[in-house]
Design a protein around this ligand. Structure first.
Ligand code: PLP
Length: 435
């Protein structure tokens, strides 16, 4: 019987406002219906490094076989305020009209997040567990900047220090976001920096190096490893990150049931897979348990970083320096050099192991939009015109995906119900839309 069935799910799954009291862990469902998640593979030194730098409770969650993981009470309260949950599932009637589609378009949005994206949902969880473990400082890297902002905000909420290594060429153009991180009290370094050995090594050869995520990860891990009071936190890809993000999908499920709707398709943008996974996994779990395949789960990426579409399903390094254990995932390889795109959050070489397994078994569809991003950003602008909200460039891929499906629906006899997840807003980087 389904773990999401009313008999199997916790009786008090939601509070009176509709905010989940548990996260949903799909690992045991995968083990029962497909195959167990392939574990990370690493040398003793890599495994020891992970033990030293990752938040201990998050490591436990990474391997957990429990379908429901209780959200600590204090954290659950923080999801309500200051994180403003539950998010609201809304129907986009003006947008439907503009497209003249017979499809119903619904959107869940992370617009009410204080830092502007879904990343805050796991940042608060990781900061909470770091604090519980007696840590004093969070260290991380950031590429597009949303993750760094979320970590800085969460660290401040739990009275922790935060250190962010930010890919230099992005940091240079996102001044508003830098100010937001500094308001939260973060120390922010352009990466490559001269505060780490890995940074200094790169700078010695290329003093003007623009930076990349791989270097920034090495700098962050190295810094955290040197400070026993510090933890290294990651914003996507890993199982525990997707676990925390299932708060999105659980809220969606409840609100879809309240609206008496069952989705034809659930669509979202895809970088490392955390917003997509958090959004779809509760529905996916229910479908797998019921032995059905009646919802399409569609991930949209850039042709510049098509990890799910063109990647190979194999063990690969999550970071360029190879400090961390290998993960089994759809990967383009750590030496992949995609062109820079506006939707910087979608630039990563690998896909979450959970989503990779589901893709391998044909439960996830993936498509790319061209590197020029013209169609994607046009869809983002149309969304802004018809709703008043400017979506993040990354989220515009979800909207473009929904538009694609809605156009396909024309002429059909059915009225598909397309639910999209909008991972964030664009306020701190409106230059994304500059022509
Ligand atoms: C980071 C980010 C993404 C991409 O990361 P996923 O882990 O694939 O969700 C998408 N949208 C926004 C707004 C982001 O900040």
């Amino acid at each position: 019987m389904s773990v999401l069935n009313s008999l199997q799910r916790p009786r008090n799954l939601y509070d009176r406002r509709g905010v989940p009291r548990y996260w949903f862990n799909i690992a045991p469902v995968l083990a029962e219906h497909l195959e167990p998640l392939p574990p990370p593979q690493g040398t003793d030194a890599q495994m020891a490094l992970v033990q030293r730098v990752i938040v201990p409770e998050c490591l436990r969650q990474e391997m957990s076989a429990e379908p429901w993981v209780k959200i600590p009470r204090e954290l659950q309260q923080m999801y309500v305020w200051p994180l403003n949950r539950p998010r609201r599932l809304v129907r986009l009637t003006a947008f439907e009209k503009e497209l003249a589609t017979p499809a119903e378009l619904w959107a869940m949005t992370e617009f009410d997040s204080p830092t502007g994206s879904h990343k805050i949902n796991t940042a608060f969880a990781q900061a909470y567990f770091a604090k519980q473990a007696g840590k004093k400082r969070l260290v991380t890297e950031t590429g597009a900047g949303q993750w760094g902002t979320a970590v800085a905000c969460a660290a401040a909420a739990f009275d922790l220090a935060s250190t962010v290594f930010w890919v230099r060429n992005v940091m240079q153009w996102k001044q508003n976001r830098l100010q937001a991180m500094q308001n939260y009290g973060a120390e922010v370094f352009p990466s490559p920096s001269d505060c780490t050995e890995s940074g200094r090594r790169v700078l010695a050869e290329h003093p003007e190096h623009p930076g990349d995520l791989g270097i920034a990860i090495s700098e962050g891990v190295e810094t955290a490893a040197k400070d026993p009071d510090a933890c290294y936190v990651l914003g996507s890809v890993l199982n525990h990150v997707l676990l925390h993000q299932t708060i999105i999908g659980l809220e969606v499920k409840r609100q879809l049931e309240a609206a008496d709707r069952y989705p034809t398709a659930m669509v979202s943008c895809f970088g490392g897979g955390s917003n997509f996974g958090g959004f779809i996994l509760p529905m996916m779990g229910e479908m797998l348990c019921a032995g059905k395949k009646d919802v399409r789960f569609c991930a949209y990426q850039s042709a510049s970083f098509p990890n799910l579409v063109e990647g190979v399903y194999q063990y690969d390094d999550p970071d360029h320096a190879g400090l961390l254990p290998k993960l089994k995932m759809y990967t383009l390889g750590t030496n992949w050099r995609g062109d820079t795109i506006r939707a910087g959050g979608l630039q990563y070489h690998g896909a979450s192991p959970i989503i990779s397994l589901l893709r391998h078994y044909g439960y996830v569809e993936a498509r790319t939009f061209p590197k020029d991003e013209n169609f994607v950003l046009t869809c983002g602008r149309l969304f802004a015109k018809t709703t008043g909200w400017n979506p993040a460039g990354e989220s515009a891929y979800a909207i473009a995906g929904a538009v694609d499906l809605a156009i396909d629906a024309k002429g059909g006899r059915k009225h598909p119900i397309i639910v999209m997840n909008i991972s964030g807003r664009a306020d701190m980087e409106m230059d994304t839309y500059k022509k």
